[in-house]
Ligand binder design. Structure first.
Ligand SMILES: NC(=O)c1ccc[n+]([C@@H]2O[C@H](COP(=O)([O-])OP(=O)(O)OC[C@H]3O[C@@H](n4cnc5c(N)ncnc54)[C@H](O)[C@@H]3O)[C@@H](O)[C@H]2O)c1
Length: 267
């Protein structure tokens, strides 16, 4: 059966765990060749992934898809540039760049936030997305242009924390706010070249990052109480949104920050 992304080449950062893994699998299942990239090839302990013991690229190739793994730290521009170069040398081009890698250093107010926590969060969540967008857009602009359709899709994984203030998450919210507005800014600059730049803003989902919330009975109850939707989301919900933003179905969608949050921020 034809997939929505047949013949496309995608890079996903932070693809070993959680949302990145779900996005990589979803893009592959629509036909994309996927360059999976992370600091570590194994999924983080504490995640909720099916087949957690099998690396993402091995799950994909086991299903008959095309994938490889490249180790890259998104806080290092040289790593991110080399990652995009590998996608091009292995698969010929880059069509979809998913800047997903992210970190969260736990709940605390700004009074207790250390310089290291702030710098680390901004380096991964904000600067890492900047490096990914820059490398991807440089490559997309260099590729032959047939004069129609999208010349490339950049998808940044932001957060509802980039749209509203979440209690006791100062650096996380600041870093995601940077991603939200960088996404809009790049969409404006590269609309004339037909490069789509969008973000996904997930609400609270069951991944290793959110395990400490879900394992704490009080925080778990608070998350469920605050959610208008009867259940929390999953990484697969992010995978489906990314598939839409990677496909031709979102051809004229650019500069959007697509909330995937069960109406959490709608009220
Ligand atoms: N889980 C949620 O509820 C939620 C909600 C909103 C947004 N997000 C965002 O989704 C993205 C993925 O989060 P997740 O929940 O899957 O987290 P996760 O902790 O399960 O996975 C994050 C992955 O990123 C990798 N990573 C971390 N630092 C990296 C670096 N410097 N370079 C390369 N890879 C790195 C980790 O090794 C890990 O595999 C993040 O940007 C996060 O902020 C998550």
């Amino acid at each position: 059966m034809a997939g929505k992304l047949d013949g496309k080449v995608a890079v996903v950062t932070g693809s070993s765990s959680g949302n990145g893994r779900a996005v990589a699998l979803a893009l592959s299942r629509e036909g994309a060749a996927v360059v999976c990239s992370d600091l570590r090839v194994a999924a983080l302990e504490g995640g909720y992934e099916e087949d957690i013991g099998t690396a993402t690229h091995d799950v994909i190739t086991g299903e008959g898809g095309a994938a490889l793994y490249v180790s890259a730290d998104v806080t290092k521009a040289a790593d991110v540039d080399a990652l995009v170069s590998t996608a091009v040398s292995e698969y010929g081009r880059l069509d979809v760049m998913v800047n997903n890698a992210g970190v969260f250093t736990g709940l605390h107010t700004i009074v207790d936030e250390t310089d290291d926590q702030w710098d680390f969060t901004m380096a991964v969540n904000a600067t890492g997305v900047f490096y990914g967008c820059r490398a991807a857009i440089r490559q997309m602009l260099a590729q032959p242009d047939d004069g129609e359709g999208s010349r490339g899709k950049v998808i940044n994984i932001a957060s509802i924390g980039g749209l509203v203030g979440l209690a006791q998450e100062p650096a996380y919210c600041a870093s995601k706010g940077a991603v939200v507005n960088l996404t809009r800014q790049l969409a404006v600059d590269y609309a004339p070249q037909r490069i789509n730049v969008n973000a996904i803003c997930p609400g609270f989902l069951a991944t290793a990052m959110v395990r400490p919330f879900l394992d704490d009975p009080e925080l778990n109850k608070a998350l469920h109480d605050q959610s208008p939707w009867p259940h929390l989301g999953t990484a697969e919900d992010v995978g489906k949104a990314a598939t839409f933003l990677a496909s031709e179905e979102s051809g004229w969608v650019s500069g959007a920050n697509l909330v995937v949050d069960g109406a959490f921020t709608a009220g």
